[in-house]
Design a binder for this molecule. Structure first.
Ligand code: ADP
Ligand code: MG
Ligand code: ZN
Length: 666
């Protein structure tokens, strides 16, 4: 998606980037032009009204009549008007005091010349451009006006600290928040304890920088806050500045991108200048993706050459490399789309640290509500834990909004206190809004996700070398994931055994298998799992040569591809071998699927119980999770199955998919 439609690199470019020293000069001239232009305009309006003051316009038909009656003495014909004089006595005889008349001719009246000649009118023509002030106006004045206006805007953009210019072109709009302004501390941010712990370190860098520099350590320059909108990234950044008692400078990535090329880059320069003066300080760049979007992935409308966004990004990278790590300036960036960021931004010495700020779980939501509730007058019946339970998928901002909504509802019914009933209604309202953004799951969807993730966890706990299942969660994470299972390997692995690889494929398919075992239907939620499982099975056969049937042949030429460029990565093989590879890949995925189904069928009561607990708590980890997974029992021949031996019991869910349907398609 290209969302950066304000980047304006496709706008006409009225002026190339002005170097700073020329800019002020240019601005002065622009101001002069403005005055001059206004003068011209006034003068021309006045003079044209003077000229036309004593002339009477008449209908064209009357003019023709007068010509035919031989009353016209002479005429000046222009394409869009005819001025003429009547013969002396006629003018005096007429009641009009005017001597010259004016009329608007019918366009292209070819017969007019002929007519005038027949009646002995002395006539002449004027060139189409009527030579009056209109010409000056359109050719000289309008551009002058434009430049004047532009320079005016430029100057307004400079307008002091507030930077309240019309377009604000020019200087950086980084607003300065002194500590007195924000007063935000870590106590104001709840439910994101991991992020707080990591940022505590940044606070320490700012507060006790000597401690680190004394030992020659380099203080990190950039920390990237990654998380969905409304989870408190901006709030956290302010809190870091508040905790460290340093100034907080903030600017949004989208503010860098303006209509005029080169402005963004000069803003970046200004921002860093300001920051260095204020050090130690925090510079917060919100919506970093608006400016740091990968240079390859830009709008197709961006014309040739370097786009505005690219220039700005390059300037940012330069500035980040240019300042000494220990000057005390720490950059915090925020984005909800880390995947579109230019990789150059995340290299060492730039935004090389990432802090994930995720949506809160139930306990986190309770903590966030407790931050916001003291601001309103609460009735005794309000149960915070219950509110937290009723708001799955809400972000911090949604919860703050909920509290305010409830207070508004109470005020509307002229209540003295905000009651639980107000909250219930407010929850419905907020959810209705969120559903439009498809961020709140229905009860059925949550149940599906809970069983899916439990399936991963149960199968994962039995597989060799897969590590410990640390956490399962049905708190929506990031943009796509509805839930997740976190399984960490116990040690770094460089070699993976056949059984482990088959085991990983089974783990990947376990989410979908759980849906099949429990509900007999499948959902799109397993798409990513299937993608990964299939790729793994393909490598199993074509790269690692682990297939019992096809043996150690490198069917995949991916290693050579760097030299040969794009194209089919498969070695040239006969159609029979091609088909055999496809069958083998499918057989490996299928057998993983059958293993997962067998395990889950065998442990069905645990699956049901765990999923129920997960629905309740939203997150299972630590001892609760370990206790549940202890109940999981491996089926009899599991280790044989994982070596590709023995018959994995067929499950009707797996029977549905037969390769014969694919190959012997009738
Ligand atoms: P983001 O920058 O991640 O989009 P913000 O920091 O702007 O989110 O959050 C908007 C508002 O929502 C905050 O000002 C605060 O009132 C509330 N909020 C968000 N997250 C939290 C949180 N973790 N704890 C307390 N309040 C929060
Ligand atoms: Mg924000
Ligand atoms: Zn899954």
């Amino acid at each position: 998606m290209v969302f950066n439609n304000h980047s304006g690199s496709n706008q006409p470019n009225p002026s190339p980037n002005q170097p700073d020293d020329q800019k002020s000069n240019f601005r002065w001239v622009g101001g002069g032009f403005l005055i001059l232009a206004a003068g011209f305009l006034l003068f021309s309006v006045a003079s044209s009204s003077l000229q036309s003051g004593d002339r009477e316009s008449v209908p064209y038909s009357r003019f023709l009549e007068q010509v035919e009656a031989d009353q016209v003495k002479e005429a000046t014909v222009a394409p869009n008007r005819i001025r003429y004089e009547l013969k002396g006595n006629q003018a005096e005889a007429g009641s009009e005091s005017a001597q010259t008349f004016e009329t608007v001719p019918i366009q292209n009246d070819q017969s007019l010349t002929e007519l005038l000649r027949q009646h002995d009118v002395e006539f002449s023509a004027v060139p189409p451009q009527d030579g009056g002030w209109g010409g000056v106006l359109s050719w000289v004045l309008l551009p002058l006006l434009f430049f004047g206006l532009w320079s005016f805007i430029l100057r307004r953009g400079q307008g002091g600290a507030g930077g309240a210019g019309i377009l604000g072109v020019g200087k950086s709009k980084a607003r300065l928040y002194s500590e007195g302004d924000t007063k935000v501390t870590f106590d104001d941010v709840a439910g994101v304890d991991e992020a707080k712990t990591e940022l505590q370190e940044v606070v320490d860098f700012l507060k006790n920088s000597d401690k680190y520099t004394r030992l020659g350590a380099k203080i990190p320059k950039g920390v990237l806050l990654v998380g969905p909108p409304g989870t408190g990234k901006t709030l956290l950044a302010k809190a870091v500045a508040g905790e460290a008692s340093v100034p907080f400078l903030s600017i949004s990535g989208s503010e860098f991108i303006e209509m005029f090329v080169g402005v963004g880059a000069s803003r970046v320069r200004d921002l860093f200048e300001q920051a260095k003066k204020q050090a130690p300080c925090i510079v917060f760049i919100d919506e970093l993706d608006a400016l740091g979007k990968s240079r390859g992935s830009q709008s197709p409308f961006a014309g040739g050459g370097m786009s505005e966004q690219e220039q700005t990004l390059n300037q940012l990278l330069n500035e980040m490399d240019g300042f000494d790590a220990n000057t005390g300036v720490i950059l915090l960036g925020a984005t909800n789309r880390p995947e579109v960021l230019d990789p150059a931004l995340q290299r060492p010495g730039r935004f090389d640290r990432q802090v994930v700020v995720d949506r809160p779980d139930k306990i986190g939501r309770k903590a966030i509500l407790e931050v916001h509730l003291p601001a309103i007058a609460l009735a005794d019946d309000v149960d915070v834990a219950k509110l937290a339970a009723q708001t799955p998928g809400f972000s911090g901002a949604d919860l703050a909004n909920l509290v305010n909504e409830a207070a508004l509802l109470a005020a509307r019914r002229n209540g003295d206190e905000v009651t639980m009933a107000d909250f219930s209604e407010a929850i419905e309202r907020v959810i209705a809004g969120l559903e439009k953004k498809s961020r709140v799951l229905s009860e059925k969807e949550r149940t599906t996700v809970a069983h899916h993730e439990t399936g991963h966890a149960i199968v994962g706990s039995l597989m060799p070398g897969a590590g410990k299942v640390e956490k399962i969660s049905i708190v929506p994470r990031g943009v796509g994931a509805l839930g997740y299972t976190l399984q960490l390997p116990e040690e770094d692995k460089f070699l993976v055994g056949e059984d482990e690889l088959r085991g990983r494929i089974a783990i990947l398919l376990a989410g979908r298998s759980a849906e099949e075992v429990m509900f007999g239907r499948i959902s799109t939620g397993a798409g990513d799992d299937i993608q990964k499982a299939t790729e793994m099975a393909e490598r199993f056969v074509t790269v690692y040569g682990m297939s019992h049937k096809l043996g150690p042949i490198a069917y995949d030429k991916r290693q050579q591809q760097f030299i040969e460029g794009m194209g089919n990565t498969r070695r040239a093989v006969s159609p029979q071998v091609m088909e055999a590879i496809d069958r083998e890949v499918k057989e490996i995925v299928d057998s993983g699927h059958r293993v997962a189904l067998a395990i889950l069928e065998h442990n069905r009561p645990v699956l049901e119980e765990m999923a129920q607990k997960l629905l309740e708590a939203e997150v299972l980890d630590g001892e609760t999770l370990a206790a549940e997974l202890d109940k999981v029992d491996p089926p009899a021949h599991l280790s044989e199955w994982l070596m590709g031996k023995g018959e994995v019991p067929d499950h009707e869910a797996a029977q549905r998919y037969s390769l014969e349907q694919v190959f012997h398609h009738s």
